[in-house]
Write a protein that binds this ligand. Structure first.
Ligand SMILES: Nc1ncnc2c1ncn2[C@@H]1O[C@H](COP(=O)(O)OP(=O)(O)OP(=O)(O)O)[C@@H](O)[C@H]1O
Length: 360
């Protein structure tokens, strides 16, 4: 296992890039801790696969270095990086049994047969394929084949990292949750460094200790699910994480208040001068309807979604959502919206501005 360091890393598919816009990955410096479970999350085209392929060695970056521990692997091929990879679609040997498929990476490395048997039994139990071990892979469902791919990715204990590229795409929705949970417990048990690429926030938030959110070729935040929810570092994280995402309002910041369309909105902390385009962001969960205070709110529609209701509406032309628990009555004269002051984040040119005295 190893810590992965990305140093001044950048990549352009254009051999003669002229501006930052020509870079699929803008310059970045990041450390992925040894033994961490990371999810790499972002919309289609933001650069997730490019970054994963650079870490795995399928792609050489245009600039910068990749280190596994203290070793510079920038020019090392995939085979020399000692990593396991699980792709979107199953890669299994149809003519081999499930046991032979799972044992393949260990046999290749000439491990002791007794160890191979024990290890394969252990992995098969964790992915729920003990009963199928003697069956040929041919004829198994796509789900079962992908479980084999997952198992084979996990079977070696000595890898530097395991990289998963949207591994649950072909898995039945009911089984997704189960497999995610199993991957998480495999991580707890074996402590491998894992990087899991997905564009699905539920997948990312349930699997990972740290979620790495990418937007437009940049890592805009690397944080715990709680940090992404409470203190999105970039407005994209606010929009992308949460369902629905964060509400934003153009605002002027004056110390411990924001001024939104001439109305004073109290903030939970004091800010110094904030330059650039200033907005405040508040999650729908921290907004409430009111009769008198706050900003004027016009309800457009109410959606019942499982354990909560989403009230969709407008504040002076800006679309705004409020989330309330299921069964909450909505009074006809509730025409104002209030925000929990300590849950308001301030943004300047899309980046969060820490209030005075906040520990970084
Ligand atoms: N081989 C390539 N040649 C040229 N441009 C590429 C190549 N591969 C990716 N790109 C471009 O680089 C950018 C990042 O693509 P990348 O595939 O890394 O994104 P992604 O986040 O993995 O997207 P998805 O979730 O759709 O796979 C995109 O603008 C894409 O069009």
């Amino acid at each position: 296992m190893a810590q992965i360091t990305l140093k001044n890393l950048a990549h352009s598919y254009d051999p003669t890039p002229r501006s930052e816009a020509d870079y699929a990955l803008k310059e970045m410096d990041h450390i992925w801790e040894d033994g961490g479970a990371y999810a790499l999350l972002g919309a289609s085209g933001c650069g997730k696969s490019t970054l994963l392929n650079i870490i795995s060695g399928l792609l050489r970056p245009s600039h910068g270095r990749v280190l596994f521990g203290e070793t510079d692997v920038t020019d090392a091929p995939t085979a020399a990086r000692n990593i396991a990879q699980v792709f979107q679609f199953p890669v299994v040997y149809d003519t081999m049994t499930v046991r032979e498929n799972l044992a393949f990476p260990l046999r290749n490395r000439k491990m002791d047969p007794g160890y191979i048997k024990a290890r394969v039994d252990q992995i098969a139990a964790m992915i729920g394929l003990e009963a199928e071990l003697s069956r040929k892979a041919r004829g198994l469902t796509a789900d079962a084949k992908q479980k084999i791919s997952l198992g084979r990715g996990m079977v070696r204990e000595d890898v530097n990292a395991i990289l998963f590229d949207e591994p649950l795409t072909v898995i039945d929705p009911h089984m997704k949750f189960e497999l995610r949970t199993q991957l998480k417990s495999l991580h707890r048990e074996f402590g491998h460094t894992m990087i899991y690429v997905t564009h699905d926030q539920t997948e990312a938030l349930t699997f990972a200790d740290k979620v790495v959110v990418m937007h437009d070729g940049r890592v805009v935040q690397m944080g715990t699910p709680e940090e992404l929810f409470e203190r999105p570092a970039h407005s994209f994280v606010g929009y992308f994480i949460g369902s629905p995402g964060m509400n934003f309002f153009e605002a002027e910041i004056a110390g411990a208040h924001a001024i939104v369309n001439g109305v004073e909105v109290p903030l939970g902390a004091t800010h110094g001068p904030v330059p650039g385009r200033t907005r405040i962001g508040i999650r729908p969960e921290f907004c409430v309807l009111d009769r008198a205070g706050g900003l004027p709110f016009q309800i457009r529609r109410i959606e019942d979604v499982g354990r909560h209701r989403i009230i969709r509406g407008e504040v002076m032309g800006t679309e705004v959502n409020i989330t309330v628990p299921e069964g909450t009555e909505i009074a006809a004269d509730a025409t104002r919206i209030l925000f929990a002051p300590e849950k308001i984040n301030v943004y300047a040119d899309d980046w969060r501005v820490a209030p005075l005295g906040e520990e970084m």
